[in-house]
Design a protein around this ligand. Structure first.
Ligand code: NAP
Ligand code: MG
Length: 402
């Protein structure tokens, strides 16, 4: 059989620990036997980030802007313990934060739904897509500790004007202070990607913040969404038979739990971080959540929503069998290959990417799965067989039809 050809390189961002092992196996077992893989490879392992003073992360993000589509493996965000473990020169920022700051845009996270796995919230029948703003707020904040007797102020100035506001007067106790920001440009881009995604997927969309308390900051988000919707999207939404609504985040949480799913929930950066893990877990497993960063200039970075699965990696290093779920990483690859195929007009690449997803779901549906899914799987007449990390990929390969 002749391998499927690619025309533009896919930006490949390799990562760390168990997901790095899975990464290579996915390529070896599910992709390179069938596709003449054209990728521009960046090694984002912590070791190589340290060796390149994190330049490799920046380079990979710029390559994504250039080529348009990237696939990223989970990476370690170093903390004090990793600093010693890897003898790092310094504490590097999270690669995801670095990449998102360069590409801007919105992260769309959507659960992978498969018959046999019932969500913890049984009324959730259709996916809830979390649209997470990928720039600013807590992730670009400036923090400081204050001592008793100090005053923390917010100062905004240019050459002619100066505005000052007291944040807190720490009269008799030490404390902490934080300042964060966002930009109208990024919020507009966030709103635009959300509305475009809703139109593309024909899904209703909710946006929620805490604007009753945050009367300037969160309110700005609410206003920008409302303005853009009114000016450019309301008519298009009507034609598509979908709608946009804003509500307070506390009200939204209640609505989400009572809903039957099938909508987009747009969240500010931190809310999206937390809520996507909550939604993924309730739908089954963190490993059953796809994630794609869509930038305002139309570039796409596909990744898994979970981390490097450290606990499994240490077992793997000891030679023990692991049963790590590779679904999210497989779907990152299939999503990226499909998008590359769509952009380059390669119908056979699109078809192949879709076939990988079908084969993955067919494998689980037939009762073959990794340990994390076993306890929650139930389908009449289907006997469950728990497989190890590599076997799972080999079983998918057997089901691959295209
Ligand atoms: P994690 O890697 O997501 O794993 C947490 C736990 O969730 C695992 O121990 C495992 O539970 C379960 N799990 C997650 N993914 C799984 C999978 N594919 N298959 C089966 N079980 C899975 O999160 P973490 O342990 O908090 O973080 C580990 C490292 O990942 C950290 O260094 C962190 O910086 C990094 N991280 C990276 C990203 C990213 O690159 N996008 C995101 C988050 C965290 P059991 O142990 O109970 O089996
Ligand atoms: Mg998170």
């Amino acid at each position: 059989m002749e391998k499927i050809k690619m025309t533009t390189p896919l930006v490949e961002m390799d990562g760390d620990e168990m997901t790095r092992i899975i990464w290579q196996w996915i390529k070896d077992i599910l992709i390179t036997p069938y596709v003449d893989l054209k990728s521009e490879y960046y090694d984002l392992s912590l070791k190589n980030r340290d060796a390149t003073d994190d330049k490799v992360t920046l380079d990979s993000a710029y390559a994504t802007s250039k080529h348009g589509v990237a696939v990223k493996c989970a990476t370690i965000t170093p903390n004090a313990q990793r600093l010693t473990e890897y003898s790092l020169k310094k504490l590097y920022p999270s690669p995801n934060a670095t990449i998102r700051a360069i590409l801007d845009g919105t992260v769309f996270r959507s659960p992978i739904i498969v018959e046999g796995i019932t969500p913890y919230i049984p009324n959730w029948k259709a996916p809830i897509v979390i649209a997470r703003h990928a720039y600013g707020d807590l992730y670009k904040s400036v923090e400081a500790r204050c001592e008793a007797g100090q005053v923390a102020k917010l100062v905004i100035e240019d050459t002619k004007t100066k505005k000052e506001a007291v944040i807190h007067n720490f009269t008799d106790t030490d404390g902490i202070v934080m300042a964060m920001h966002n930009t109208d440009k990024s919020i507009f881009a966030f709103a635009r990607s959300c509305f475009n995604y809703a139109l593309d997927k024909k899904l209703n969309i909710w946006f929620s913040t805490k604007d009753t308390i945050s009367k300037t900051y969160d309110h700005r988000f609410k206003d920008i969404f409302a303005d853009l919707y009114k000016k450019e999207y309301e008519a298009k939404f009507k034609t598509a038979g979908i709608w946009y609504e804003y509500t307070l985040i506390d009200d939204m949480v209640a609505r989400v739990i009572r809903s039957d799913g099938g909508f987009i929930w747009a969240c500010k950066n931190y809310d999206g971080d937390v809520m996507s893990d909550m939604v993924a877990t309730a739908f089954g497993s963190l490993a059953m959540m796809t994630s794609v960063l869509v930038s305002p200039d139309g570039t796409f970075e596909y990744e898994a929503a979970h981390g490097t699965v450290t606990r499994h990696y240490y077992k793997y290093l000891l030679g023990e069998t692991t049963s790590t779920n590779s679904c999210a990483t497989i779907f990152a690859w299939s999503g990226a290959l499909k998008k590359r195929g769509e952009l380059d007009g390669l119908a056979d690449l699109v078809k192949f990417a879709e076939a990988i997803e079908v084969a993955t779901l067919d494998t689980i549906r037939a009762g073959v799965m990794t340990g994390d899914l076993v306890a929650m799987f139930k389908r009449d007449g289907v006997v469950v067989r728990k497989v190890d990390t590599k076997e799972f990929l080999e079983e998918i390969a057997k089901n691959l039809k295209f």
